[in-house]
Design a protein around this ligand. Structure first.
Ligand code: ZN
Length: 246
C-alpha cells in the first residue's frame, strides 16, 4: 500500500538536503515498508549527526518502521540539550536560550524584544559565561573564538557579523527561530518574563496621561518595569516588520 509521511529536519541537518526541502516540512511517498534509518540514508543525512528523532512527538529509534501520515522531526547533536522537554503529545517543546558575551549587549536587547531568553551582563568573565551556559543549558553567543575554543564549552556559536541588526538575522537563521518569535514576552531591560497586568493594580505608578490614553498594561516579573501598548509598541512592531523576519 502506498503511503505518505512528512519529514522536518532542524538546524544544520538542512545542509544535507536540496534547497526545496530545507527548513520546512516535506512529504515523502513510499510503496513498501521502510525504517527511519533507511530513509535517512536515502536522504544522505549522516546518522552520527542525528541526536534525536520524534515521530508524532514521541522519541523513536532508527529501527522504527514508518506508518502512513507519520510526522517526523529530526534534530542534530548540537541541539541535544534543548530537547529535554518533549511534550507528551504533539510538537516538541524546544526552547532555545542564550547567554551572550559582554560585547553583544545590543544583540541581546534585540533577541529579548523578539521573545528569546537571552542572558547578558556586561560584567561576566569567560568562566562565568561558561558556567552559566552549562548549568542553565544556554547556548553561548560570542565573537570571541578563544571563549568557544575552551574545552568546557558544549554549546556555542560564533557570530560572524559585526552590526547588531545583521547579527540578529544571523542568529534567527542559524537557530531557525523565525517561526518562534513572540514579541513583548521578555523584558528588554533584564530578560525577565513580561505578563499582562490589570490597569487598576498599577494606577499609582502611572502618569495621568498614560491612565487616560491606554488600557492594556504589562509588567516585568523580575524588575517590575511597566510597559503599555503605546507608541513604544508601535515602534517595535514597525521595527520587527522591517526586519523581514516574519
Ligand atoms: Zn525587567
Amino acid at each position: 500500500m502506498p503511503f505518505r509521511v512528512t519529514f522536518r529536519l532542524y538546524e544544520e541537518l538542512n545542509e544535507f538536503l536540496p534547497d526545496g526541502k530545507r527548513k520546512k516540512p516535506f512529504d515523502l511517498d513510499f510503496n513498501t515498508t521502510i525504517t527511519l534509518k533507511e530513509v535517512l540514508v536515502q536522504l544522505s543525512i549522516p546518522l552520527e549527526k542525528i541526536d534525536l528523532i520524534l515521530v508524532n512527538g514521541k522519541v523513536e529509534k532508527f529501527g522504527y518502521r514508518l506508518k502512513p501520515d507519520d510526522y517526523i522531526s529530526v534534530y542534530p547533536v548540537f541541539e541535544s540539550f534543548d530537547l529535554n522537554t518533549v511534550k507528551k503529545q504533539g510538537e516538541p517543546l524546544r526552547e532555545t536560550r542564550f547567554i551572550l558575551d559582554v560585547h553583544l549587549g545590543k544583540l541581546a536587547h534585540y533577541l529579548r524584544i523578539l521573545g528569546f531568553d537571552s542572558l547578558y551582563r556586561n560584567n561576566l568573565d569567560d568562566n562565568e559565561i561558561i558556567e552559566i551556559s552549562l548549568t542553565d543549558k544556554r547556548i553561548i553567543l560570542t565573537r570571541d573564538k578563544g571563549l568557544l575554543n575552551n574545552k568546557l564549552v558544549t554549546h556555542g556559536y560564533f557570530i560572524n557579523n559585526q552590526k547588531p541588526p545583521v547579527q540578529l538575522e544571523e542568529v534567527l537563521e542559524r537557530f531557525d527561530l523565525r517561526g518562534r518569535i513572540k514579541p513583548f514576552t521578555i523584558c528588554p531591560l533584564c530578560n525577565g518574563a513580561i505578563r499582562e497586568i490589570a490597569k487598576e493594580n498599577i494606577l499609582s505608578r502611572l502618569q495621568p496621561l498614560t491612565i487616560k490614553h491606554f488600557e492594556k498594561f504589562f509588567k516585568c516579573e523580575n524588575c517590575g518595569h511597566i510597559y503599555w501598548e503605546g507608541s513604544h509598541f508601535e515602534k517595535i512592531t514597525a521595527w520587527i516588520k522591517g526586519l523581514r523576519i516574519i
